[in-house]
Design a protein around this ligand. Structure first.
Ligand code: HEM
Length: 414
């Protein structure tokens, strides 16, 4: 692979792969500098580097051109320093069984199996049930008086919603919670410390999925697991491993992301009390508030693609085989698109944020579900515990992939 020559080295601005730089908060100052560059190269000693794509239009361009920027070639997940480099080839082969790491047309076939469960119409049918679940969650929080918003509130609804959709019995959802924390928080010492722990969590999750799959094969129940184990692609059923990877993707993708959006949203309301007052006084703002919360939070910082051809982004030549990392976090603060991008404004209109992806085939499958969950949660909080208040310092997740909040102490004043 030819070594790229560019004036701006991303490393001189920010060590993007160091999870510690995100612990105190998103390093937006440096991310702005990267965007001004606007395309920089990140060098990682001993490994291939990657191009850093930070401008909104460039992230959208990469997302919408899978024929030029592949998810399959090197996977869609940017490898962190905690991952074992020797295991890359083996892990890539396994990752490629998951639709996140596929390109059309194979990607399309897998996505079509579950697409129907996530259409606006199907998701709308969950609304009453989601409201019941939310009321129960908030009842329990009120009874406690005070606690951690992340575990009591923000984590619960996404977990229960996805458990319900997948057909995971409610009393077993805690297992999913623990496994997905370990998988996503694999750089955070609170969750686990070694690649072996991550592998163990994944192994347990696969085993669980396999048992649930076997039960649903025997007697299908109309949930997603039943859909997956009975589906056929090109006349074949999914292999056991394909099914387990699908289960892992749905269980993890739907959990951490929505949880962090809700937590970041609540924190933003604490930091901008006039916006909380505004929402409480006018619930017709709920939809635009949800969009602004999602832009503000941008829980998924980035994904990666690999160039399939020699091409160009923002005036920079990108050679076939080179990787690009698309940074949603900074694209969602691009002043070319968003007026006053660092202002949290629940009336923002238009708000074409790309926290769910920049469009194209991998656009977040769960966006309709996530939006509905957030809408119901903030409506319920605003009406039932309007005086909720922060009660201590937040602790952020140590991760270079997910912008996460681990703890947000609150008082649930009614
Ligand atoms: C606020 C919450 C959420 C955020 C910010 C979010 C963000 C994202 C992003 C950035 C992508 C990649 C898009 C791309 O490459 O173009 C994605 C893909 C995906 N999301 Fe979400 N997501 C959220 C909630 C959910 C939920 C609730 C589910 C439910 C299962 C879900 C399931 C998925 C799946 C399965 C994919 C892969 C789609 C594919 O490869 O075709 N997400 N999400």
């Amino acid at each position: 692979m030819s070594s790229p020559t560019v004036p701006a080295r991303a490393n001189d601005i920010l060590d993007l792969l160091d999870p510690d730089v995100y612990v105190e908060g998103m390093p937006y100052g440096q991310l702005d500098e990267l965007r001004a560059a606007p395309v920089t190269y990140f060098e990682e000693p001993g490994l291939d580097g990657f191009w850093v794509i930070t401008r909104y239009h460039d992230v959208v361009h990469v997302s919408r051109h899978p024929e030029k920027f592949s998810s399959w070639e090197r996977g869609a997940i940017l490898r962190g320093r905690h991952m074992d480099p020797d295991g890359e080839a083996e892990s890539l082969a396994q990752q490629r069984l998951m639709m996140l790491n596929m390109d059309p047309p194979d990607h399309t076939k897998l996505r079509n199996i579950v697409q129907k469960a996530f259409t606006p119409r199907t998701i709308k049918r969950m609304e009453d049930r989601l409201r019941e679940l939310t009321d129960d969650i908030v009842d329990r929080a009120i009874a406690k008086g005070e606690g951690d918003f992340v575990t009591d509130i923000a984590a619960e609804l996404p977990l229960q919603a996805i458990a319900e959709l997948m057909g995971v019995p409610m009393d077993e959802r805690e297992k999913i919670f623990d496994w997905s924390n370990k998988l996503i928080g694999s750089e955070d010492p609170d969750f686990n410390v070694s690649p072996a722990d991550t592998q163990e969590a994944a192994g347990e999750l696969y085993m669980y999925a396999s048992e649930l799959g076997a039960a649903r094969r025997e007697s299908p129940m109309g949930d997603i697991v039943s859909t997956l184990v009975t589906a056929e692609v090109d006349g074949h059923k999914l292999s056991e491993m394909e099914f387990e990877m699908f289960f892992l993707l749905l269980a993890v993708a739907g959990n951490e992301t929505t949880r962090n959006s809700i937590s970041h949203g609540m924190l933003a309301f604490f930091q901008h009390p006039e916006q909380w007052e505004l929402l409480k006084s006018d619930l017709s703002l709920l939809d635009s508030a949800v969009e602004e919360v999602t832009r503000w939070a941008t829980p998924v910082m980035h994904f990666q693609r690999t160039a399939l051809v020699d091409t160009e982004i923002g005036g920079q030549q990108i050679a076939k085989g080179e990787r690009v990392a698309i940074y949603y976090s900074t694209a969602n603060r691009d002043p070319e698109i968003f007026d006053d991008p660092y202002t949290f404004d629940i009336t923002r209109d238009p708000n074409p944020h790309i926290a769910f992806g920049g469009g194209g085939p991998h656009f977040c499958l769960g966006a309709n579900l996530a939006r509905l969950e957030m809408r119901i949660m903030f409506e319920t909080l605003a009406t039932r515990i309007p005086n909720i208040a922060q009660n201590g310092e937040t602790r952020r997740l140590r991760s270079m992939f997910i912008s996460g909040i681990k703890e947000l102490p609150v008082r649930y004043g009614t």
